[in-house]
Design a protein. Sequence first.
Lengths: 138, 624
Amino acid sequence: MILWVDDDLSLTLKSFMDELKENGYEIIMVTNPDDISDKFAQYNITGIIMDIMLPTGQSISNEDSKMGILTGLEILKKLKEDKTTSQIPIVIFTILSNQDVSTWARVNNIKLLKKEQTVPLDLLAAVIETQMKKDTND
Amino acid sequence: MKETELFKKLLEASNSSPNKILPSLLNAVSDVFSCKLSSLWKLNNLSKTLSVYARINYYPPPEKAEEYVHSLEGSLIGYLIKQNNKKYFDIPSVLVEPYWGYHKSKKRVIDLELKRLICIPIPNLDNKGNDEYDIDAVLNIYVNDNIAFYDSYAEIIRDQFSIAISRARLFSRENLTRDIIQVYEQKGSKDFSSIIHPIINRVFKNYLSYEGSSFFIWDPFFNRFALSQTTGLVNKPKKSDVFYSVSEGLTGRIAELKKIFIVKDLMNIEDDNFKSEYIHKWQEETAHTGKTFMGIPIMSPSMPQEIIGILRFTNRLNPLAPVIDCFSKEDCDLVNYACNLIALYLEFEQGEKKQTAFAKQMAHEMLAPAVAIRGSADRLLRKWQTKYFTSLQIDEYLRDILEHVSLQVTLTRSVEYMKKGSSDVSKSERYQVNKYDLEKDVLKPCRKLIIPIARNEGLKFDNIIIDGNYPSLFIDNYAFEQVFFNLFNNAIKYRRMGYPQDFKVVVKGEALGEYQVPEDNNHNTNPINKITKKGYLITIEDYGVGIKTEEKDKIFLFGYRMKGIEKTNVRGLGLGLTIIKGILDDFYCTIWVDNLVNPTRFNIFIPETLKNSSYILEPEWKSR
């Protein structure tokens, strides 16, 4: 199961989700970081697609996320620090990126895709490249 | 002969540099009258204290604080200046009563064998008549018994000193301004805070001695005053941890009241407005315990009611020794004068930052539908001929594209209206007015525009109910569409999260009639002054999170976002209601919040004037 954290809900991302689903990937979406831990408890998450500009919820501080502009980056840092989630493949899929995000992605060897430059096939390619698993034990 | 000598020497002295004028003048007087001791005391009308600003032939250690600063009440000078209309006092002996009783430094008088005192009050040429005493300073000279001293001498001294002090004040302002400009010119590409550091650590200190200072800048994203620069804070906290909300502590109280605050003892505040708020959350690191304080709100040059920063100082020092002195009105005027310049720089920089943030957010908002369109088009191109792609799916994708294109057009228009509101063009250039049916040509198309947003959020757009009577009006349909689009969009954004079934917006149009409309158009709930106006009333109700009482007056401000909204929604710039207000103001309409929550109700009053087109012929519509 791929966990997709994005506040652009299904309609804007429909074509991308359809592409992944058509190729055998299952997706669970969350829009708020507060819901992420529940999804890890409920599903076997084998890949993460992460937007960067997101609501902060209660779990990410305004200061660290610069009022939500870098929420996704803060979530990723937490996931990388946690031994149980640190090895899960990640694709950053965001509209606007900044130097902090691209540097962090490069240092941590994480794929970064800019939504405005991406078509559904590109996202599929990134998901395959990072070896996100299709088969789940849900 | 002595008059000429005195005048000549004082004139020469008054040509000294601003920070040396007072000692030079004192030197001149001391020379002419062979003074045993001479001192110039400045009177602080706020703290009712006297501070020595120049002294010759006596240099007590700082431990003798009273020799530098003391209370006016109970002092010899305090006693003398209460004697009305005396231009100067020639006291043959300070050793006799009542003078001796008032003298603050009896030991000094005895040690230095002082006896005859000539005391000359110096009038304040810049006083606007607000102070209890119109005296700027007092010159005390101890002279020998055999020295002749006439009225004419006192007059020359008084005139020369008062002119020189006034000039020094003027020069200080000019030089301080020049120094700040110089710092700004040297800042290069560094941010605004980089100019504040030398200003509070060096530049101000050339004109005003103090132990600590901090500069706070209004942070619109966090709704608080964040530390920009400081001379140093106790415990050296992390800069990002140092901030004040409005009304929090003394600094927040200054922001709330938008009032300059000066106090001579932080632990004994007498002003009721600040009394219970004496505790500093963050204190400047000072050599002495924090005692005297001056806080100055920095107001926006373009919006004089808006506060953009706070500059505060702790522990003023006497210019002659490291002794705690009190901040004066003169200090405040000097800093405030410089703050006007700082405010201009700050606003310019904040304007640039706002523009950058606006461009970034707008790019994000407008790219989102583009991403959807591109993704859908890409899949359509690749898949439409395959057997797996049904006509239903094709239909769905095409509809998706159409809706996102409409959304993008609306977003693009909002940029245009944002610019229109601030541009220097006439309304006739800004708007294209024609006859439109408010329901058919504005509200219904607008509801259609909101479909992709509502669907994206999993909401039923048919929960936007349009009810009642709507007139045909001479308006710009796109501008009014923008008004309702922003209101609907806000209703979605500020809905109760997790309760999609609760999402409902009801728009109701009332027939032509007489309605109570806020007179001052200040958008408050329950405005005090309402007047009866003839026209149409549109109410827009939603059942979302509502508006907090403390935020009701801010929601129409440029860039204001509801506190805590970032927890559930990071989109938006806080411009929606500003755009709405701008458009409605242009069309002589009034918008106000009629109810804060359950439902949140906005009322829009449309004057009867819009029923026909004659208003667009008026000069007001055509003029820039």
